[in-house]
Unconditional design. Sequence first.
Length: 492
Amino acid sequence: MPALVIGTGYGGSVAALRLAEAGVDVHMVEMGMAWDTPGSDGKIFANTTSPDVRSYWLRTRTKQPLSNFLGFPLDKDVPRHTGILDAEEFGGIIVYQGRGVGGGSLVNGGMAVTPRRENFAAVLPSVDAAEMYGTYYPRANAGLGVSTIDPAWFETAECYRYARVGRKHAQRSGFPFVFVPDVYDWDYMKREAAGTATKSALAGEILYGNNHGKKSLQQTYLARAKATGRVTISPLHKVTSVAPATGGGYTVTVEQINTSGDTTATKAMTADKVFFAAGSVGTSKLLVRLKATGALPRLNGEVGKGWGDNGNVMCGRANHMWDATGKLQSSIPTAGIDNWAAGGAFAEVAPLPTGIETYASFYLSITRNPHRAQFSWNAATGRVELNWQTAWKQPSIDAAKTIFDKINAKEGTIYRTDLFGTYKIWGDHLTYHPLGGAVLDKATDNYGRLYGHPGLYVIDGALIPGNTSVNPFVTITALAERNIEKIITTDL
Ligand code: FAE
């Protein structure tokens, strides 16, 4: 076959669509499920407040990002299943990732943020920023279906009381407050609020999938890719090896798995070109292992390096009784506090959709964190390890404190200590935004061609060196649009 794509997230979906449009047949291999069939409750996706068999990737106990509430642990036992959210545990960090056709777009908040141009230039200096902002960011935003909330509706919607409280507190402390675009269908959300459409964002759906309203890749890039007739997808198939084939191209070894995660068949596929789009962690793990075990010996020493957590850190604040944040909270965040230039933090005002009044404000901050980790092969355990240290979150906590210490002082409020454990203020144990591990212009050339093995490409978040200053998927999509255009015109 001409082209095989490993993974069906943002990078993989862009590659598949543009290759197919150029007349190239594409096969996509995805380890997660298809997520196109309703369960016994008639719904495809489980609700955030009631995780079930569909919610976690091959775990026997849930691993909720907010592990506690009012002192009570929230996790519970679930049957082991190829569920939608992977809480992948490394030594110093839990990396949350989407599993299934659509990758992270199945589980994420849909916050679709284009970074400030000066920040982009600092992240990827080898990329022509004028081209990115003139052509590829607009193309990505259009392809993803990005739009911004109607500001008049925002002012009155009960489900955004929490965001308005977040704005009031930010502005009273002098911080810039910005609306954040999203791929959620805002007209659909208005109908949810009016009671004329089945609730999704207003029913708290997000972390384990949205049954309505959110334009995941299934509704955008992947739908268009399939409509070309040139793209096939194998769900519940996991790539375990890629090696040069005798006679040219690559042999790709694929394990078919069942919904308990057991291998039921092993298949060999051959492709002229192979695109690594298994996500920052998935792509890095494959490349590091294949280099170390001799399948792809000529990959360079940059493979596995430059990994970061996009500076993710979470916290909550306890408000006064007169600053109620609302029983009804839309699960789709719509606004943020931009203190990047002064304090190195961009904090999204996040929902806490518990169904009860919590008087809490909750935030996910993206911060400027200088630490970068490396993936390496442990031959003894047969695993790829990541050397991130939990203590490396301290610069992120310090950056977030430039916002929240000031707000707390101004409002006379305190941090919540009951959301991530007992008497624990900071959610510093996780990231939603893994980036890097096969960095552009280091492990690959300036368009994602892996050094050492012609015909192999990286086209996902692994290309980005650890931070994007905002939520990453628009940048991943735009960079993929840029790279695939070059690859199609020069390599095919
Ligand atoms: P990704 O979307 O992770 O896709 C990789 C795919 O490859 C997955 O479907 C894997 O199952 C599959 N795969 C991995 N290994 C293999 C293998 N060996 N064989 C076959 N398939 C494999 O990669 N970002 C934003 O910009 N805005 C947000 O609001 C936002 N919220 C988030 C909320 C949560 C809870 C999470 C987890 C993430 C969030 N993100 C958000 C991050 C965003 O989803 C992520 O950066 C992108 O999905 C990464 O895109 P990639 O194409 O790199």
